[in-house]
Design a protein around this ligand. Structure first.
Ligand SMILES: C[S@@+](CC[C@H](N)C(=O)[O-])C[C@H]1O[C@@H](n2cnc3c(N)ncnc32)[C@H](O)[C@@H]1O
Length: 227
């Protein structure tokens, strides 16, 4: 897929959040162990993980609350978390060390070019995108990460039978996902009702879910299988 097709998707805003001293220390001391440096070549997972296993990519992990808990719950898998927000990366690094978690590696960059250049075709057993920025204003809808070109890039990177899991507390965003995904020839919706699924127990309960509930929003889980 050509890069130009993706050029317009800028699904995040780089907030100027200041790093705490502890986060800076984690970046200095733990990044060399857990971090995936930027590059242009396709990743060899064997160079990053201690043992071969299915690889799950979590896109936009925020503070990494879900990431470390899923990795702890699913020790038979390898996880790559990707996030542009450095303080969040520092936060996750600290959690990985605190809980002695070894099956997570972190990339600190935009997931769109990362998928294009660094992830081998058919190499991801799962992709998880939780509480993606919903970009509620109409003029910003094009910034939502779920777009047809991005979905075909995901399909390209995933194994047959791999699971794409999204969760959101913003109903218009959930409907946007349903609409984009229904035109994808590469994914099958796993919902028995053709829309949303039961909350799978592998998804940890995090602050975005709590906030959504406080605001009276329903949380939607969307699960798709790579055809
Ligand atoms: C609303 S937060 C949700 C965080 C987390 N998933 C959770 O549930 O707690 C969305 C996150 O996605 C990140 N993000 C958005 N687009 C991204 C991209 N293209 N690449 C990497 N991270 C991205 C943002 O920086 C932000 O931290």
């Amino acid at each position: 897929m050509s890069e130009s097709k993706h050029r317009n998707i800028r699904s995040y805003v780089l907030r100027k959040g200041r790093l705490t001293v502890a986060q800076q220390l984690a970046l200095d001391e733990l990044w060399p162990h857990y971090g995936i440096e930027r590059g242009k070549t396709v990743l060899e997972y064997g160079e990053h993980f201690a043992r071969p296993a299915d690889v799950i990519l979590e896109i936009g992990f925020g503070n990494g609350e879900s990431t470390w808990q899923m990795a702890q719950q699913e020790p038979d898998k390898n996880f790559i978390g990707i996030e542009v927000h450095e303080p969040g990366v520092g936060h996750l690094l600290m959690a990985l060390e605190e809980h002695a978690i070894e099956n997570v590696r972190i990339a600190c960059e935009d997931a769109v070019p990362f998928l294009q250049h660094r992830v081998a075709c058919g190499s991801l057993a799962g992709v998880r995108i939780y509480f993606a920025d919903p970009w509620p204003k109409k003029r910003h809808h094009k910034r939502r990460i779920i777009q047809p070109e991005f979905v075909s890039q995901l399909a390209h990177c995933m194994t047959q039978g791999g699971i794409l899991h999204l969760a959101t507390d913003w109903q218009p965003y959930a409907e946007h996902v349903l609409e984009v995904m229904q035109f994808s020839p590469d994914f099958v919706n796993l919902s028995v009702t053709g829309d949303y699924c039961e909350r799978p127990d592998w998804r940890p309960y995090t602050k975005y879910e709590k906030r959504g509930e406080r605001l009276g929003h329903e949380v939607r889980d969307l699960l798709y299988q790579r055809a």
